[in-house]
Design a protein around this ligand. Structure first.
Ligand code: ATP
Ligand code: MG
Length: 489
């Protein structure tokens, strides 16, 4: 239920108090009365009052004193002065001191109710204004708190944070970012990204990401940035407005130097162990060959059979050691790539010629077709031989009898694209991201008997990456696979 509005009538004349009561009650107001200023103030202390009608001149405490004290204690309550004709100037003085209005005696009913209504409206507006001001102050406080919290979080993060706008200008970065990048704190944002980061490949990748963001909003970027001995992993995601227009990008820079150092130690260890294993294993293989050739005496069929089996296993171990060594060298950046203009068509032909016998053994048809005016690529010949030997060997190994393998090369937008396609067993979609991991082999009943270490594709990727190229796979289970290698011209 809505609370009734209370009007307090303060007048020493009973007739005025009663007259006002008679006029205001029918309008729906609750009317309280007081015969003196003191009585009015006492009443206001114990009962809520919305508007006061106060006689100007009363014995003892007059309207001016009521105004003063009520104004202090109840600043929201408007006071209307009741005044006689001769005292209008005094009433005006009261208004200067804060009274809201005055009515002159004898007053008309509609004058009185209008004055009360207006006073109440003014009070309502005043309260509403105060409420809005308080709300605004609260909102500003919350915003300031939120900002300060965000500021604290971003500034205390152990990872570097870099935020750009849609034009890829830096709008925010935290102290960790400045420290990781070795920048002086005297270069605060905003500013062009290139003033903060000079890693060309990162800048290009970020531009690509921004250009494609609206079409592929879920696409993120993961890049490694190397500055002296500091290695950073940069993860970038675009962010969008409510209309899905890209507003900018956020990049987190994580210091992975310690992991890199550990990895380098692991590579050194693998290199050392592999090296130590390779010589004795090669020696064992040679000694077996000597025995197999009958140079150490008569060899029985059973002995030959056992030695042949042992030879296959030893060769597998030698391959494992060689591949481990290659991977460790590539990862550590030790392997020297001799980048020279190379006719990749020639390499493909040589690899195919070398593997043709193996293909025939597997009853697989192998065909090479190069487009005639293929431009040369800048590449290391031995590494390229390794890449395509691995891809074609896989195509042979993972194809059933009667399969077909097609190797082809075409020039495409600044790249030479080499395709190795087979009609083999194919790879399940969820396996595809894993097959380039070291030692990963797909568990498949038909591949169980195929000997391999799971290092071939890791090596392929390592070499192609080192040439600033890319390798892609497209495959359908049971239908075949296509490996595409893109090499910059
Ligand atoms: P190796 O180190 O001797 O090459 P591997 O052939 O097992 O051993 P990768 O060449 O790295 O290792 O290949 C990884 C896995 O990917 C393979 O075990 C196989 O399951 C799958 N794979 C690779 N190429 C193909 C292909 N052409 N068709 C089907 N599966 C393939
Ligand atoms: Mg392989």
């Amino acid at each position: 239920m809505e609370e009734q509005t209370t009007v307090l009538v303060v007048d020493d004349e009973k007739v005025i108090r009663e007259g006002c009561t008679l006029l205001l009650q029918p309008e729906g107001y609750s009317v309280a009365t007081a015969a003196s200023g003191r009585e009015a103030l006492d009443l206001m202390r114990i009962q809520p009052v919305d508007v006061v009608l106060c006689d100007l001149k009363m014995p003892g405490m007059g309207a001016l004193e009521v105004l003063e004290e009520a104004g202090r204690l109840h600043p929201d309550v408007p006071i209307i002065i009741i005044t006689g004709h001769g005292t209008v100037t005094d009433a005006v003085d009261c208004m200067k001191k804060g009274a809201y209005d005055f009515v002159t005696k004898p007053f008309r009913a509609d004058h009185l109710t209008l004055a009360v209504k207006r006073a109440l409206e003014k009070q309502r507006l005043k309260r509403e204004t105060r409420r809005l001001q308080e709300e605004q102050a609260r909102n500003l406080y919350t915003l300031a708190m939120e900002q300060s919290r965000m500021h604290t979080i971003v500034n205390c993060m152990a990872d570097g944070v870099l935020v750009t706008n849609r034009n890829l200008e830096v709008v925010l970065c935290n102290p960790t970012f400045m420290r990781l990048l070795g920048l002086s704190p005297a270069a605060p944002p905003p500013g062009p990204l290139a003033a903060y980061l000079d890693d060309e490949s990162f800048l290009e990748a970020l531009e690509d990401l921004a250009a494609a963001a609206e079409a592929e909003p879920a696409r993120c970027l993961s890049q490694e940035i190397c500055r002296g001995r500091v290695h950073l992993r940069a993860m970038t995601a675009p962010f969008f407005g409510p209309d899905m227009k890209m507003l900018g990008t956020v990049t987190i820079f994580h210091d992975v130097t310690a992991f890199k150092e550990l990895d380098a130690m692991k590579n050194d260890f693998v290199q050392m162990v592999s090296h130590e294993l390779r010589s004795p294993m090669t020696a064992i293989k040679l000694q077996h060959e000597v025995i197999l050739q009958g140079l150490a005496g008569e060899v029985t069929d059973k002995q030959r059979q056992l030695l042949n089996r042992a030879q296959v296993k030893i060769q597998g171990l030698i391959d494992l050691v060689n591949e481990s060594l290659d991977i460790a060298r590539i990862e550590a950046g030790y392997r020297q790539l001799e980048l020279l203009p190379l006719q990749i068509g020639e390499v493909l032909q040589e690899v195919a010629d070398l593997l043709r016998v193996k293909a025939e053994e597997h009853k697989v048809y192998l065909q090479v077709s190069n487009s005639p005016d293929l431009p040369p690529v800048l590449a290391d010949r031995r590494s390229m031989e390794e890449v395509f030997t691995n891809l074609v060997t896989n195509a042979i190994n993972y194809s059933p009898d009667g399969g077909e393998i097609r190797v082809s090369a075409v020039s495409r937008g600044g790249y030479v694209e080499v395709q190795v396609s087979d009609s083999g067993i194919g790879i399940e979609p969820e396996e595809i991201p894993k097959i380039f991991d070291k030692f990963y082999r797909v568990k498949h009943p038909r591949t169980r008997q195929i000997i391999g270490t799971g290092l071939g594709l890791a090596l392929v990727k390592g070499i192609v990456d080192a040439h600033r190229g890319t390798v892609e796979v497209e495959s359908r289970l049971g239908e075949g696979s296509t490996f595409r290698v893109f090499l910059p011209q």
